[in-house]
Write a protein that binds this ligand. Structure first.
Ligand code: MN
Ligand code: MN
Length: 486
């Protein structure tokens, strides 16, 4: 071997992760902007898990996907068939049937479509000092101070006692009113400002201001509240008790935006985890060729509150749907084929990571952090304090993934969620791992994650799409060979 000079040797042996914008040509740059454009529109319009569910189900149906539970029992599923599951209007499963039997495993991408927000309480409406408010209970991990004095929209459903469903979406159109949580003026905030940030705004203080005009001039108690009730009755035909069977979510009002002079970043509410859900579904929808292994995208609900509940990843609807697939595919011994299939599967837990933010140093090990603009992030493990609670992906799987991504020219980076012993976090990875399948966290890194206005670099959105597409289409387990050490 000819002796290399130092820079040649460095080029050959060292790992360098460049800014991903530098890795793409003009054509790909245009694609990155084009995908971000449709994503931005999606983000602006789909502000709740129900809205996302409706969007993905509609997009799937438009592309010829058929409801799995409507599939004719006498007609076997065959390679190339496309089916979906709409689970309780809040979670979606998408499948493209592969050429190999299910027992050979699936290529699965699992993301979530719920995002942190403020939910109305079952008895929310009250009046105080001539102002009417709606009480909320926050959903998911929020920094409460970020949610005051910003315009909020109200989205969701009210199911009346007679079964009638009323859809509510108010605050998004420029002519709509919005709602807001007040904050103290600085002049009177000396005491508030001395409090810990976590105590500056209290959970019970997250009340939406919704009105000020009293009803008539009769001597009744709470005339402003009554006027609001009258408005709700006139507009939606509901009475106060109907809040009991409602799911109304206060979310940041307004559209997602381009950020920066160069428009390189998308800013908007709900990017955790709709950026992964959108790119995963788009990747699956882009598949027109036959796939070797059945490709699956899971869009789960309730991740932000621990994945409990019948639409969360801890529920068995995914398992049951795959069992249905095995049955409809006419596999011999469908039960054991199913179990073997799960154990042979490979999965990406499609969730966002925290990009290192130079305005807040000391949070990350900079050698193992992920950065905005360096491509999709793979997180081998999450967890906290000694990887506790982490799925920790296997070296064999990581190697297969590197190979898959490199072959597809995906710009990727690794990313720990934060410094050892500082923080940590969980995703649905460990729930998927319960089936004995390979799984690793993989998605773009956000700035200001869980804030009302989260940020994601457009090149990372594009690389996430590319990574997911390559995974669904071309991922294969590497043949592991043994090399004797010298
Ligand atoms: Mn998430
Ligand atoms: Mn989250």
């Amino acid at each position: 071997m000819t002796k290399l000079n130092a820079s040649e040797l460095q080029e050959k042996l060292s790992r360098k992760v460049p800014n991903a914008w530098e890795k793409v040509d003009e054509t790909e740059k245009e694609k990155a902007f084009a995908i971000s454009e449709t994503y931005r529109a999606f983000l602006s319009h789909c502000k709740t898990e129900r809205a996302c569910n409706a969007y993905f189900v509609k997009e799937a149906r438009n592309r010829g996907f058929v409801d799995l539970y409507q599939w004719p029992q006498d007609q076997p599923l065959k390679p190339g068939d496309k089916v979906y599951v709409d689970h309780q209007n809040k979670a979606v499963l998408l499948f493209v049937i592969g050429e190999q039997p299910l027992s050979k495993g699936l290529n699965i991408i699992g993301g979530h479509i719920d995002s942190p927000r403020l939910d109305l309480k079952p008895n929310p409406l009250y009046e105080e000092c001539d102002l009417a408010f709606l009480k909320t209970h926050y959903y998911g991990g929020i920094k409460k101070y970020q949610w005051v004095t910003i315009p909020l929209a109200l989205h969701g459903v009210i199911i009346k006692k007679n079964g009638e469903r009323v859809d509510v979406a108010i605050g998004e159109n420029p002519e709509d009113p919005v709602f807001v949580i007040t904050d103290l003026l600085p002049h009177l905030a000396q005491e508030q400002m001395q409090k810990k940030m976590s105590k500056g705004i209290e959970g019970e203080g997250l009340n939406l201001l919704v009105g000020n005009i009293p009803y008539g001039d009769d001597e009744i108690k709470e005339p402003v509240k009554l006027a609001i009730l009258e408005h709700l009755y006139q507009t939606y035909g509901i009475v106060e008790e109907d809040f009991v069977s409602a799911e109304l979510e206060a979310v940041p009002a307004g559209a997602a935006r381009d950020v920066g002079f160069d428009r390189s970043i998308i800013g908007g509410y709900g990017q955790d985890d709709r950026v992964c859900s959108y790119t995963a579904a788009l990747a699956l929808f882009s598949i027109t060729e036959m796939v070797e292994r059945t490709a699956c995208v899971i869009l789960a609900d309730k991740e932000e509150i621990g994945s409990y509940g019948s639409t969360g990843m801890m529920s068995k609807y995914f398992e049951y749907a795959v069992a249905e697939l095995a049955y409809l595919s006419g596999e011999a011994l469908p039960e054991s084929a199913l179990r073997r299939g799960f154990m042979q599967s490979d999965a990406l837990s499609a969730d966002v990571n925290s990009a290192f933010d130079p305005n807040y140093t000391g949070t990350h090990d900079l050698k193992n952090a992920s950065y905005a603009g360096k491509g999709v992030t793979i997180s081998k493990y999450g967890g906290a304090r000694g990887k506790s609670g982490s799925n920790d992906a296997h070296a064999e799987f990581m190697a297969s993934l590197r190979s898959c991504f490199d072959e597809a020219n995906v710009a990727w980076q690794t990313g720990d969620l934060g410094k050892v012993d500082l923080g940590g976090g969980g995703t649905i990875a460990w729930m998927m791992a319960q089936y004995g399948m390979n799984v690793v966290d993989c998605g773009p890194a956000l700035l200001s994650m869980h804030a009302p206005f989260e940020l994601c670099a457009k090149i990372d959105i594009y690389m996430t799409y590319k990574a997911y597409r390559a995974f669904l289409l071309n991922y294969r387990k590497l043949q592991i060979t043994t090399k004797k050490s010298m």
